[in-house]
Design a protein around this ligand. Structure first.
Ligand SMILES: NC(=O)c1ccc[n+]([C@@H]2O[C@H](COP(=O)([O-])OP(=O)(O)OC[C@H]3O[C@@H](n4cnc5c(N)ncnc54)[C@H](O)[C@@H]3O)[C@@H](O)[C@H]2O)c1
Ligand SMILES: [Zn+2]
Length: 402
């Protein structure tokens, strides 16, 4: 017997809007006001609750008052329901489930509905938390993300994912939800410590490598200034990185990652393992730099990439100030005696589901997917990485200050 199946395609169109600005909360800046006004409720005034990453306050102590004044000034179009709610940021906030309930409680208390807006201002971790709470309250309240780190402005904050850590696993609970808008205020980058500021550059190099040779050459041409985190090339790098990430999400054919491939995660299988191996002492950016170098050296070993190109890319990664070794790579799995980082391959497959799919780069600006990684060649690439680090130890340990 064949049972009848009702089958209808459901087509949805999302607008993914990413604005770039300076001084988003200066009274004369209309970026945020216009975005909210455009989606305003029937009474013509959009209701807004601002959530603020506490980590921002050290460098911007007057920010809550400034935000308050901004909404007072634009009260004709925007109705702020309370002073900004200040909550902890950083990876710790994604490990703190009660914070999700704190945000839900504020949403309920202020009677926010699906036509209201949560404006989340903070680093990538904070945006993941706020985005998850917003996406699940009433099955989805409009979210305006305002990323405040290079990494979140150029990569995570302009994406369509959110989530918090659960069962001790990263991003175990979360949703895919296209934000109502993203506002990248480049002025926020000024208060970032140098290492955190550098972190976003690796995602720019990554996306250039897989999608845009001309951008890669631009980064090469400005490497010395980028290593000093000079404003003009840094802002250009972050803008282009954001643009390429959005382009990939919009045109790559799999925005909600239903397949097994994740090309934007070039170099990430090892990085995602190295971060927890170091108890997050190695930042995401620093880990991705190492993960990319590892995959480049691996590609040379298996004949997918010529050595000169690998050296060229590695020179850029080191040139902008990343150190391509971590002693946590020396950790071995007690059961197998093999490098513990190797387990990252299976964990990467598990998180995405389906077949192992790793993105590699056969030439600058082009990617390919492979479905297996030769274990001995990965171990060999780790040895190559160590040898390079030992040979260039004095240079590699120099981290230019801002
Ligand atoms: N959703 C996604 O698609 C996606 C993609 C990539 C990464 N992520 C997530 O992003 C997180 C990492 O984000 P991140 O690199 O932005 O770091 P982060 O959010 O962990 O922030 C690092 C620290 O900087 C502080 N901070 C934020 N902005 C600041 C500023 N302008 N000045 C001074 N301090 C500031 C924060 O309070 C925090 O203490 C990870 O949890 C990662 O999983 C998400
Ligand atoms: Zn990344």
């Amino acid at each position: 017997m064949v049972s009848p199946v009702i089958q209808r395609p459901i087509h949805l169109t999302h607008q993914h809007r990413v604005a770039f600005t300076h001084g988003a909360f200066e009274p004369a800046n209309h970026t945020l006001r216009d975005l909210i006004a455009e989606g305003a409720e029937l009474d013509g005034r959009g209701r807004v609750l601002v959530l603020l990453d506490e980590g921002l306050l050290a460098g911007n102590p007057r920010l809550p008052e400034k935000i308050g004044r901004y909404f007072d000034r634009h009260g004709d179009a925007v109705q702020s329901v309370s002073a900004p709610v200040i909550l902890p940021g950083g990876e710790g906030c994604k490990n703190d489930w009660p914070l999700v309930e704190t945000i839900w409680r504020a949403i309920d208390f202020h009677k926010l509905c699906r036509h209201s807006h949560i404006v989340a201002v903070g680093g990538g971790a904070f945006l993941d938390l706020a985005g998850f709470a917003a996406a699940t309250a009433h099955r989805g309240i409009r979210l305006i993300r305002m990323p405040t780190t290079t990494l979140s402005q150029g990569d995570g904050g302009v994406g369509v994912k959110n989530g918090v850590n659960f069962f001790g696993k990263k991003n175990w609970v979360g949703t895919f939800a296209v934000p109502f808008a993203v506002v990248n205020d480049l002025d926020f980058l000024k208060s970032l410590p140098a290492a955190a500021c550098r972190d976003g550059l690796i995602e720019a190099i990554k996306v250039a490598l897989i999608r845009d040779r001309a951008f890669f050459e631009y980064l090469e041409s400005r490497a010395a200034e980028l290593s000093r985190l000079e404003t003009e090339p840094l802002e250009r790098a972050i803008r282009r990185s954001a643009e390429l990430h959005v382009e990939h999400i919009a045109t790559g054919g799999d925005p909600f990652e239903l397949g097994s491939a994740r090309p934007l995660d070039f170099g990430h299988w090892a990085a995602h393992k190295l971060e927890p191996l170091s108890a997050f002492a190695v930042s995401h950016g620093a880990a991705v730099a190492i993960g990319m170098a590892l995959d480049l050296l691996y590609s040379v070993r298996v004949g997918l990439l010529n050595r000169a190109t690998a050296e060229r890319v590695i020179a850029l990664i080191e040139g902008v100030g990343f150190r391509l070794w971590s002693d946590f790579l020396d950790k071995n799995d007690p059961a197998t005696g093999l490098p513990a980082v190797l387990a990252g391959l299976e964990e990467f497959r598990e998180h995405l589901g389906g077949r192992l799919t790793i993105t590699l780069v056969p030439e600058i600006g082009r990617k390919i997917e492979v479905h297996e990684m030769d274990r001995d060649a990965v171990i060999g690439a780790l040895a190559d990485l160590r040898a390079r680090a030992e040979a260039s130890a004095p240079r590699a340990t120099t981290t230019p200050s801002r």
